[in-house]
Design a binder for this molecule. Structure first.
Ligand code: SF4
Ligand code: SF4
Length: 447
């Protein structure tokens, strides 16, 4: 079994793993954010009153900037361009579309013409950018840019199917229900990169999916389906590479430095769809779970549908949620309200009551048990970094490797003293980065 050093086994809460995906009816209005990916936000290419069709570009980024277009997920009329408060506390521009219910598709959507196996890297990259495909595991890095930067450097593609966060089962269902889409997308990426080796990494709590994938891959030794020990944070890129290749990536190095490029299962599937049906990324599977929702499940949701509307389709709330999390409870983002719309990177919406809240402890004290050190997948000394951050000594926090922390939260999860270690480290990282920016600005101004 493939695994890495450190990490921890956490309660899985995979309540929805046996629930087949269900299509959710599109709402009367969708609110599509122009900030769907890492990079520059899109600028709307439509205006209030315009009629748009499903799959039509409604926002794009200048070609010289990192980013890819956003498409309408329904057909209808643009009701307005609005600002909403995102999870980061920053305002985001949204295109609001009143759904006309006809689901009329944009004319220009067509499958890739010709033989994909002889397509050039540029042709493949163009299709992926035009389809607005980003990483669908949460980080939402534009996929065309990842492929372009790996050209001539990567010799291995890894499909990340670890899904190591509690609750989330959207990838698990995709692997079981549409394995040929995932494998098909992987093969297209391999053609673009001219790579002859790939791993599909699946945690061993999804053995059924691994079996289906092995049948789909068939013979040959280019693509290998690997079972990973179920342990958090197995889905972290550094841990995946170590588990599969026994190569350690120190901070500052990227997967590419180990010859690897990593894609999420949903991303591979979206790439396959773009080539075989011409469909851009305008819907995705979202796990809706937690103890506050009546009918948890895995739903195919159009981009821009709001949490409140999704919850309504799931039978409503059984109790008031204390937390609404987009993604997993370990690394996901807490959202402000039930009005937040689904984006390309929304793998799950968790509605959790206070039963899942860790009770804050007043002035917690470290008892030097060493658990945080033992479990840190980056082999850091989290207790020291947190303590230096707490007293404002950023120099020492940096010396102890604060910038190498991947913010997985394993240390906080295991701390018996209930110290919010990762919050202290996150704060240290922000302070260190701010100081570095300040010094760089001073240097640039010649002061
Ligand atoms: S110090 Fe960072 S990398 Fe290590 S366990 Fe804590 S959050 Fe994860
Ligand atoms: S796990 Fe908590 S109590 Fe134990 S050494 Fe780390 S910070 Fe201290």
């Amino acid at each position: 079994m493939f695994t890495f050093k450190g990490g921890t086994h956490i309660n899985e809460y995979k309540l929805t793993k046996d629930f087949p995906t269900e299509k959710i009816g599109a709402p009367e209005r969708v609110m599509i954010s122009m900030s769907q990916h890492i990079g520059a936000p899109c600028t709307p290419t439509v205006a209030e009153g315009d009629r748009v069709l499903a799959g039509q570009v409604i926002g794009d980024v200048a070609p010289d900037k990192l980013g890819c277009p956003v498409h309408a997920s329904v057909s209808g009329r643009v009701a307005g361009i609005e600002q909403i408060l995102g999870a980061s506390g920053m305002k985001e521009t949204c295109v609001v579309i009143e759904n006309d219910g006809t689901d009329e598709q944009f004319d220009g959507l067509a499958p890739f013409e010709g033989d994909i196996t002889s397509a050039t890297p540029d042709e493949i990259i163009d299709v992926i950018r035009s389809a607005g495909i980003t990483g669908m595991g949460g980080a939402a890095f534009p996929s065309y840019a990842k492929i372009r930067s790996a050209l001539g450097k990567a010799d291995t593609v890894i499909v990340n199917c670890a899904e190591c966060e509690p609750f989330i089962t959207s990838d698990h269902r995709l692997l079981l229900e549409e394995p040929e889409h995932v494998v098909g997308g992987l093969k297209i990426i391999m053609i673009a990169l001219g790579v002859k080796r790939a791993f599909i990494a699946v945690e061993d709590n999804k053995r059924d999916a691994a079996g289906v994938l092995r049948d789909t891959v068939g013979g040959g030794d280019m693509i290998r389906v690997c079972l990973m020990k179920t342990k958090y944070p197995q889905g972290d890129e550094r841990q995946l590479i170590y588990a599969l290749l026994k190569t350690e990536l120190p901070m500052g190095m990227l997967p590419m430095d180990a010859g690897c490029v990593i894609f999420n299962a949903g991303t591979c599937s979206a790439i396959y769809d773009a080539f075989t049906s011409g469909l851009p990324l305008m819907k995705r599977i979202v796990t809706v779970s937690g103890d506050c929702v009546k009918k948890p499940g895995n739903y195919i949701v159009p981009l821009g549908m709001r949490v409140s509307e999704i919850v309504e389709k799931c039978g409503g709330l059984v109790k008031e949620p204390r937390k609404i999390i987009f993604g997993g409870p370990m690394m996901g983002k807490s959202e402000w309200s039930l009005n937040t719309p689904v984006k390309k990177g929304t793998s799950a919406i968790l509605l959790l009551s206070e039963a899942f809240e860790s009770k804050p402890v007043k002035d917690p004290e470290c008892i030097r048990c060493g658990r945080c050190v033992k479990n840190c997948p980056m082999h850091l000394m989290p207790a020291y970094i947190a303590q230096y951050s707490r007293i404002g000594n950023m120099e020492m926090a940096k010396k102890f490797g604060a910038m190498s922390c991947v913010e997985c939260g394993t240390c906080s999860y295991n701390c018996p003293a209930k110290i919010e270690i990762v919050q202290y480290i996150r704060s240290a990282k922000n302070n260190i980065k701010a100081e570095e920016r300040r010094l760089a600005a001073l240097k640039q101004s010649g002061s």
